[in-house]
Write a protein that binds this ligand. Structure first.
Ligand code: COA
Ligand code: UVW
Length: 338
């Protein structure tokens, strides 16, 4: 079964409440209807009710059965303001500033997730990644035992033999501009765990560089080498190899030359980029030149799932990311039970 088919099946079996804070935006309106009609999640849209209704009428979309919340009319507004102020007062937040900030749909939606009025949130069709990440980092924070929030893409490359029949996870392509070696190790471990839990893969993680196993010397390469060592110390159970060039990571005959005997080289299905410049450029190159489907960026490491979209996202991308957010929420709840 294809990975997205499996994710839809799990999401539908245990419908989660997902907030769309960009409720007035066209792609969100059409995606909300599709998600509602197909029973993928219970959608809560944030925005001006009248604006959403007239836009949906223009689009010929019937939003009957979907909750729409305008922060300034919400009975929960004061509760969210109080809680946000409490969370941020040590950082200089005042009650007056909190009153303004929490009316912002992204902050309001994040507070809904924080206080269990929703299981997850998806935005980014009109906001930047930083706009979503800041409230997430300030309010939701990292999951226990996790030091860094990062992101991954599920890349599906049509007709490709690389990774798992063309499916690979790329990380981090959206969050950490220049991770240090500790952060890079944490990103590798988080993506390996995501590959297992969400994508049912046996993760083979390549720590990418312009060098393979000492073929070049540079401080950039040292960072990747040191991150690999730290990841091995922290999680000896995982197959993580570095430093590897991209060809050595995914092409077996190149791996045989450059990294003979490696468990990962030539077979990698998780690619960890050394920084955000290479990660963000890398995923867009594969997406555009290889016509790959790039599902994400999906955040990992938050205590509760909130997720971003690329501003160039399609309606299908929104539906996909809502389904993944739901499954992340289900995985977290199931782990909480043990
Ligand atoms: C992630 C990002 C938004 C953080 O923004 P920032 O302005 O640097 O935020 P700050 O440094 O003020 O940090 C805010 C809080 O988040 C924490 N934080 C920042 N990055 C974090 C991370 N990756 N994981 C966990 N916590 C993080 C900080 O410790 C701080 O916590 P505190 O306020 O409780 O002390 C920023 O790094 C960013 O814009 N990244 C690139 C996003 C992007 O443009 N991607 C490309 C397109 S997809
Ligand atoms: C992930 C990403 O690059 O997002 P955007 O295209 O919105 O900057």
């Amino acid at each position: 079964m294809k990975i997205m088919d499996k994710i839809y099946e799990v999401a539908k079996q245990n419908k989660q409440r997902i907030v769309l804070p960009e409720g007035e935006e066209e792609r969100n309106i059409i995606a909300a209807k599709k998600i509602h009609d197909e029973g993928i999640a219970t959608i809560i849209m944030i925005g001006d009710k009248q604006k959403i209704k007239s836009k949906s009428q223009e689009l010929g979309v019937d939003l009957t059965g979907i909750d729409i919340i305008n922060p300034i009319e919400s009975d929960n507004l004061n509760k969210y303001i109080d809680e946000f102020y409490e969370l941020r007062k040590k950082k200089g937040m005042t009650r007056e500033k909190a009153e303004i900030i929490v009316k912002d749909p992204l902050y309001f939606g994040t507070m809904m997730v924080k206080l269990d009025d929703a299981e997850g949130m998806v935005s980014g069709a009109i906001h930047t990644t930083g706009d979503l990440l800041r409230p997430g980092l300030q309010i939701i924070k990292t999951a226990p035992g996790v030091s860094v929030v990062s992101s991954f893409f599920i890349m599906q490359v049509p007709g490709s033999k690389y990774g798992e029949e063309g499916m690979l996870l790329f990380s981090d392509c959206a969050v950490n501009p220049n991770p240090n070696s500790d952060q890079l190790a944490a990103i590798a471990i988080a993506t390996a765990d995501t590959a297992k839990e969400l994508c049912n893969l046996d993760p083979k993680v390549a720590m990418l560089s312009f060098s393979t196993k000492g073929s070049a010397d540079h401080e950039f390469v040292d960072k990747v080498r040191s991150a690999t060592e730290k990841a091995h110390e922290l999680r000896p159970d995982l197959d993580i190899e570095g430093e590897l060039q991209l060809d050595a990571a995914i092409v077996q005959n190149v791996a045989d030359l450059k990294a003979p005997g490696s468990k990962v080289a030539g077979k990698a299905n998780v690619l960890v980029f050394p920084d955000l410049q290479s990660g963000n450029i890398g995923y867009k190159l594969v997406q555009r030149f290889a016509n790959a489907e790039a599902i994400g960026p999906i955040c990992q490491g938050f205590a509760k799932p909130i997720n971003d979209l690329s501003r160039g996202c399609s309606i299908e991308d929104i539906v996909n990311v809502v389904a993944i957010t739901s499954v992340q929420a289900i995985i977290k709840k199931e782990y909480r039970r043990y």
